[in-house]
Design a binder for this molecule. Structure first.
Ligand code: 3HC
Length: 491
């Protein structure tokens, strides 16, 4: 018979724990929220209060409904109060020693029928379960930040999880209004395994000065259609958590792309943890960051020469905006339309300092590529030119994949590898990324939309440039392209 979950304990009322407590309370369950000290308990209470107040101010809840929801949560500093709970979910910091100690205590305190769940982002559920006398009743229940909003719950079973428990927990997730995806116990599960590699790579591109923080955020939001840029998202997740997840991924994968980018460690050490501390990559307390669109407008360009595929259309748009068509040898600015590095075009020009590359992404974004020879004045002028055309400029260095493809293609490749390893199905991976991160499409939907061979070729170029082993096209992707398959979902 399926388990009936009525009373749920939540240990740890930080951003995630408080959000999880709210989700259970909204679904009508009684919640016991536990925090170690009075101050943290008050912060947790404040989180739930603010989140539900916001729902009232947006007209999503009435004041009476909010009071009912908050009233379902009992706040306590005593773990012993969890003795009678049907389910206890842990949401404390990502430190294995803390988790083991907590589960040892919970095992002692809770009745024999209590299911113990962890909201760990990446640590081994099996290792946590092994500290208890009931490893069969320990499971992963992984929510996404902000928990009241994101629709996914990863249900993580281990090799010793009792039969039927994952199904019962998945049914509970549905009762909460979430969509469960059930998977086995591997570092990062589906979402964090795919997401943190991408976020860490964005931090590496920043460190290598391929583009600025705001330009990378803009490129991924407007160019790839993601709800947030990578640095805004790292700040939301918390840089300490992000660093820990990367560390755990690296321990399992030994893949350098998971080794935390040094800038992450530096910010964490400085106490800049993201939104929760008021500052991370972005500043949430001080002056708002200068928007990329506030770039000074300084023209002085009369003629433009455009080369490459699509040159005629762009030339016409520029002519309509009042710019003369020039030739490569005499134009003030020479634009090479290209999805690959453009320095070789510059090398053949009489005035290579006048050349910039331009790569249109997603309709609105123009990656503007400066080569080692481009003069700063021409880069500025090109920036203004694309703004005149109504495009959002993303200045970047002349590297394979520029910004968007360099971040997107390895993520798609990782998804193919994950599927090919047998860990999760194409449908589950697509669902997990759409509902866990608010992506407009899952990786396989994106792969099909871009085209398998385009992504395979892009990965080859990325591998040739960065020499990261995991950027080499996944064998399955390579085989599908060779076999002439055009849709990985439809094959
Ligand atoms: N708590 C509660 N509700 C919140 C919230 C919060 N912190 N932030 C936003 N919301 C609600 C708003 O009230 C609003 O609700 P409504 O539609 O019912 O009125 C809704 O979310 C949309 O909010 P906004 O209009 O203010 O803002 P956006 O439209 O920009 O959406 C976002 C904000 C939902 C955070 C969106 O940007 C998004 O989906 N971002 C991606 C987040 C993501 O990837 N999360 C997963 C991170 S990985 C993770 O958590 C795993 C961990 O192990 C590391």
């Amino acid at each position: 018979m399926a388990r009936a979950f009525k009373t749920v304990g939540v240990v740890g009322l930080g951003t995630m724990g408080a959000g999880i407590a709210e989700v259970f309370a909204r679904a009508g369950l009684s919640v016991i929220g536990v925090e170690v000290d009075a101050e943290a308990l008050e912060r947790g209470r404040g989180h739930i209060r603010r989140s539900t107040d916001r729902a009232v101010s947006r007209g999503k809840l009435t004041a009476a409904e909010r009071d009912e929801i908050v009233g379902r949560v009992t706040f306590t500093g005593a773990l012993d109060d969890l003795g009678g709970a049907d389910l206890v979910i842990e949401a404390i910091p990502e430190v294995m020693d803390y988790k083991r100690a907590l589960f040892t205590d919970l095992d002692r305190i809770c009745g024999p029928g209590t299911v113990l769940a962890t909201n760990t982002s990446s640590l081994s559920v099996t290792a946590i379960a092994a500290t208890t006398s009931r490893p069969g009743q320990v499971i992963g229940m992984h929510f996404f930040n902000p928990a009241p909003v994101m629709k996914l719950v990863e249900v993580v079973h281990t090799v010793v999880t009792e039969d039927g428990l994952a199904d019962d927990v998945a049914a509970l997730a549905r009762r909460l209004g979430k969509t469960p995806v059930t998977v086995g116990d591997r570092a990062g599960f589906v979402v964090n395994r795919l997401l943190l590699g991408y976020l860490n790579h964005a931090a590496t591109l920043l460190e290598r000065r391929v583009a600025s923080r705001d330009d990378i955020d803009t490129a991924m939001k407007l160019g790839a259609g993601l709800p947030m840029g990578p640095f805004a998202l790292l700040d939301l997740i918390g840089l300490d958590t992000s660093h820990e997840v990367c560390e755990v991924l690296f321990q399992e994968s030994r893949d350098r792309v998971h080794a935390p980018a040094p800038i992450l460690r530096e910010l964490v050490t400085a106490g800049l943890l993201g939104r929760k501390s008021g500052r991370g990559f972005h500043d949430y307390e001080g002056a708002p960051a200068r928007a990329a669109s506030e770039f000074p407008v300084k023209m002085g360009v009369a003629s433009v020469c455009v080369m490459g595929e699509g040159a005629e259309e762009l030339s016409s748009r520029l002519a309509a905006a009042g710019f003369k068509r020039g030739e490569a040898h005499d134009a003030d600015v020479v634009i090479a339309l290209s999805s690959t590095p453009v320095v070789e075009h510059a090398a053949g020009l009489p005035r290579p300092e006048r050349l910039v590359g331009l790569h249109l992404v997603g309709g609105d974004v123009a990656e503007l590529v400066s080569t080692a020879l481009t003069s700063p004045e021409v880069a500025l002028a090109a920036h203004d030119l694309v703004k005149v055309l109504g495009l959002t400029p993303v200045p970047c260095a002349d590297r394979a994949g520029f910004v968007v493809d360099a971040l997107l293609y390895p993520y798609l490749n990782d998804a193919v590898r994950m599927y090919d390893s047998g860990y999760a199905s194409i449908e589950d991976i697509d669902t997990a990324m759409r509902l866990g991160c608010g992506y407009p499409a899952g990786p396989f939907e994106t792969l099909d939309a871009i085209g398998l061979s385009t992504v395979r070729d892009g990965l080859r170029a990325l591998y040739a440039e960065y020499r990261e082993p995991s950027f080499a096209p996944a064998p399955l992707l390579d085989r599908l392209v060779t076999a002439g398959v055009t849709s990985i979902r439809g094959r």
